[in-house]
Design a protein around this ligand. Structure first.
Ligand SMILES: *[C@@H]1O[C@H](CO)[C@@H](O)[C@H](O)[C@H]1NC(C)=O
Ligand SMILES: *[C@@H]1O[C@H](CO)[C@@H](O)[C@H](O)[C@H]1NC(C)=O
Ligand SMILES: *[C@@H]1O[C@H](CO)[C@@H](O)[C@H](O)[C@H]1NC(C)=O
Ligand SMILES: *[C@@H]1O[C@H](CO)[C@@H](O)[C@H](O)[C@H]1NC(C)=O
Ligand SMILES: *[C@@H]1O[C@H](CO)[C@@H](O)[C@H](O)[C@H]1NC(C)=O
Ligand SMILES: *[C@@H]1O[C@H](CO)[C@@H](O)[C@H](O)[C@H]1NC(C)=O
Length: 453
């Protein structure tokens, strides 16, 4: 491995070239068996996976594989997470630690990916994490390069396995780097952790993480952290301008949103604080947009530093009739930052939230207004368009709020839009409306945050 071979070869001038090759920390793996240890039917061109270090914050996975074009392109956005990618043609790499915590990385020849964190066998605590991934193909082969944030590794990785899948229905083929014994189990199971083999993580990272990263920690406690750190058109912000948003559902009664943002000291909105505030979007404000599956329904939440807020329901680009929508929201200002905390009734969420975006804005209207974005606009856009769903990216809400999977509109949405009429199932308690009284009660529960933060 890297460091060892490096020092050995330093002794000889004759193998300087070898030294250069071996000093790049990398290891190549060939998948030559099916999941149950039979020889694959393309042994001359197996799937080749190369793992190597990239920089302090990321490692690299390169794939060189036969291309079957079966199943076809899942047609998800190239470069973005695609849920259920495992049903398509994929190459997968898993990194595991001794506590059965692992990261599962799936790469598709068509450029989509999915990355999951698991705490215990098959126990997904997070999915749709972002990586940088590019794939190219010709009629017979595909190649892919992925850069994986080191933060996605569980602490102290000791084992790994890798897989490839192609074909449809009865012709679906499952291949494993480290298979199980022939005839030992009835079906392919990529989560059979006993089949994994030792892996020295210093192949892919110089400093192997031994503690949980923030991503892992957030995943355990059910928090999604979002950072607004670009201008609306993609320039990286100074760290003092970064806005941090945390979304969680720990209480089970509502969506808790915590805000940590710079304070610019813009004029105070004229409406009273603590109530829905029309026109807040022209003041110093933070917008959070939660988009439901199929891009038809959006919940927009606006928060100001002085306790003002607004809740806006959208269907496409149409704002639903001005509804007085109350939430519990409080904020506190410090010298140059402010903090806010809100409790949003789950009934306000559109069914199946799957993407989001967020923005911060301040300054006068017009050219001088500064707008920053979580996921910035594409380069061809000339002004901020918060309703451009092409700029939204995945958020795995179901992991922190199981009711998110429910297709049925909540009473709030059903009263205002033509939701698909589907019989509510008795068990689908996910979108239970929340009473005013309960809201007040929860205010007491969450109000400690601002004091201690
Ligand atoms: C892993 O590789 C590094 C660098 O080559 C080496 O120092 C370390 O001892 C190895 N760890 C194990 C557990 O083999
Ligand atoms: C993706 O689109 C192509 C072209 O329209 C189509 O042939 C293919 O079946 C689609 N894939 C899926 C999974 O539907
Ligand atoms: C496709 O790419 C593979 C691997 O790079 C190469 O060996 C093969 O010749 C290419 N095939 C065609 C038809 O270009
Ligand atoms: C798979 O087959 C090879 C060659 O027959 C054998 O050496 C190896 O032990 C088998 N692996 C398992 C997990 O049974
Ligand atoms: C981004 O938008 C600002 C106006 O908001 C403009 O001045 C600037 O040139 C744009 N930058 C890029 C890279 O397009
Ligand atoms: C999105 O569209 C698909 C396909 O039409 C449908 O099955 C699904 O129920 C829709 N989801 C929602 C939340 O309406």
């Amino acid at each position: 491995m890297c460091a060892k071979s490096l020092s050995k070869r330093r002794e000889s001038h004759l193998i300087v070239i070898l030294f250069i090759i071996s000093s790049t920390c990398a290891e190549e793996y060939r998948i030559v068996t099916t999941w149950d240890n039979r020889t694959i039917d393309h042994p001359d061109r197996p799937v080749v996976i190369r793992l190597e270090r990239h920089d302090v914050s990321a490692f690299k996975i390169s794939v060189d594989a036969p291309f079957y074009n079966d199943p076809p392109d899942p047609n998800g956005t190239v470069g973005e997470p695609f849920f259920t990618l495992w049903d398509y043609e994929v190459v997968e790499v898993f990194f595991l630690n001794d506590k059965n915590q692992y990261v599962e990385i799936e790469l598709c020849p068509w450029g989509q990916h999915i990355v999951l964190l698991l705490d215990g066998q098959r126990n997904t605590i997070r999915h749709s994490l972002f990586i940088e991934f590019m794939a190219t193909r010709n009629s017979t082969h595909w190649q892919g390069v992925a850069f994986i944030p080191v933060d996605l590794l569980p602490p102290s990785v000791t084992k790994m396995n890798a897989y490839a899948i192609h074909g449809s229905d009865e012709n679906r083929v499952y291949e494993s780097l480290y298979p199980v014994a022939f005839n030992s189990t009835p079906g392919a199971d990529f989560h059979n952790l006993a089949a994994f083999k030792p892996f020295n993580a210093s192949i892919i990272v110089e400093y192997v993480p031994v503690t949980y990263s923030e991503v892992w920690f957030d995943s355990f406690v059910g928090i999604r952290t979002l950072e607004i750190k670009h201008t609306w058109n993609g320039t990286l912000l100074d760290s003092k301008d970064i806005v941090k948003l945390q979304i969680g559902t720990q209480s089970g009664l509502g969506l808790i949103i915590q805000i940590d943002a710079p304070l610019y000291g813009d004029p105070r909105p004229p409406s009273p604080s603590g109530w829905p505030s029309n026109g807040l979007s022209s003041y110093e404000v933070i917008h959070l947009f939660l988009l439901g599956e199929n891009d038809t329904k959006t919940l927009e939440l606006q928060f100001g530093p002085m306790g003002h807020y607004a809740v806006v329901f959208w269907t496409g680009r149409t704002q639903l009739a001005d509804l007085e929508r109350e939430i519990t929201y409080r904020s506190a200002m410090y010298s140059n930052r402010w903090m806010g905390e809100a409790l949003i009734p789950l009934a306000y969420l559109p069914p199946r939230v799957y993407k989001c975006n967020a923005h911060s804005a301040h300054g006068p209207q017009g050219n001088q207004r500064q707008v920053n974005s979580l996921y910035p606009a594409n380069s061809n856009e000339v002004r901020p368009d918060f309703q451009n769903y092409g700029n939204y990216k995945a958020i795995d809400m179901s992991m922190i709020y199981p009711g998110n999977d429910d297709l049925v509109c909540s009473d709030v949405w059903a009263a205002n839009v033509n939701c698909r009429a589907e019989p509510p199932t008795p068990s689908a308690a996910g979108h239970a409306p929340i009473g005013h009284y309960a809201l007040l009660l929860i205010t007491a529960l969450i109000s400690t945050f601002i004091m201690v933060a």
